[in-house]
Write a protein that binds this ligand. Structure first.
Ligand SMILES: [Zn+2]
Length: 288
């Protein structure tokens, strides 16, 4: 089976982890920009964006893995609006790098007014990117904005934060194309809100927080496999790059077909990423 991990923080992982992912069928990863565990200076962001766009694709390519990424300022670093504005001004320079799929993971952490403001500024950057595209296509075919990947808050802040995010997106009106936005870290009490509003949903499988493989497969069975992605989000915390695979095994154990597994763990992320022509899908043939 071939897989794509649509949300994994490879800067935190060793080169051996890339090998392990390749050995276990991963053909592509996508790495959203996130928090380093401490607040960076604006110059630190520039170095980080170079790491995501220059160094990680090379490290992944050694094992035949395609590396894509997303650029943004993490909500945890949005409280200092002066610093946030400096970083926001740098982001457009990176959006046309060869492995950049869009803006992410933006979102909320503690649902504060400053986090909300920086979230809206990021969405505006995504809209500005599309407004500058050359006029080669008919208006109906032109993307309304760059692809966006959204982080929803942890535990007690998740439901409120998810609602705030959906409301802020709604405020942008018809400028927003829900098929170009993935809202991540959904759980049982938020997945319905996200899918009903027409967005892609991401489930994150962590050893001690967020969903387990069993809960993720329950959600998949209740809410359907359309516009649903699964990721391990492995980072520098307690996390496991093979949790996407464990979820696939749980689905297989419950009798889900190979077609379903291929759709959830490969074709769905490929379909979402493929809305950006920079994503180059590999032809995968399903062995029957
Ligand atoms: Zn993340």
């Amino acid at each position: 089976m071939f897989l794509i991990d649509p949300h994994i923080h490879m800067v935190s992982r060793t080169t051996s982890d890339y090998e392990m992912l390749a050995l276990s069928g991963v053909v592509a990863v996508s790495e959203p920009a996130f928090w380093a565990g401490f607040d960076r200076s604006p110059a630190g962001f520039t170095d980080y964006f170079r790491q995501l766009t220059e160094f990680e694709p090379q490290r992944a390519a050694q094992f035949g893995i395609d590396h894509y990424c997303w650029i943004c300022l993490n909500p945890k670093e949005a409280e200092d609006l002066g610093k946030a504005n400096e970083v926001l001004a740098e982001i457009p320079k990176y959006l046309d790098q060869p492995n950049v799929l869009g803006i992410g993971e933006i979102g909320l952490n503690k649902n504060t007014p400053n986090e909300a403001k920086v979230f809206q500024q990021h969405v505006q950057l995504a809209l500005d990117w599309a407004a500058k595209l050359p006029d080669r296509k008919a208006p109906a075919e032109r993307p309304r904005h760059a692809l966006i990947l959204i982080h929803t808050p942890h535990l007690q802040d998740k439901l409120k934060g998810t609602r705030m995010i959906l409301d802020m997106l709604k405020d942008f009106g018809s400028a927003i194309d829900p098929s170009r936005i993935l809202i991540d870290h959904v759980e049982e009490h938020t997945i319905g809100l996200v899918k009903d509003a027409g967005y892609w949903a991401g489930m994150t499988i962590y050893p001690i927080s967020k969903a387990t493989p069993q809960r993720a497969v329950d959600m998949l069975e209740v809410f359907g496999v359309e516009k649903l992605c699964v990721n391990a989000a492995a980072d520098w915390g307690i996390s496991d790059p093979l949790n996407t695979h464990r979820t696939m095994l749980e689905a297989q154990r419950r009798g889900h077909s190979r077609d379903t597994l291929l759709q959830v763990f490969h074709n769905n992320p490929a379909d979402f990423f493929g809305k950006n022509p920079r994503f180059k899908p590999r032809p995968i043939h399903l062995a029957r």
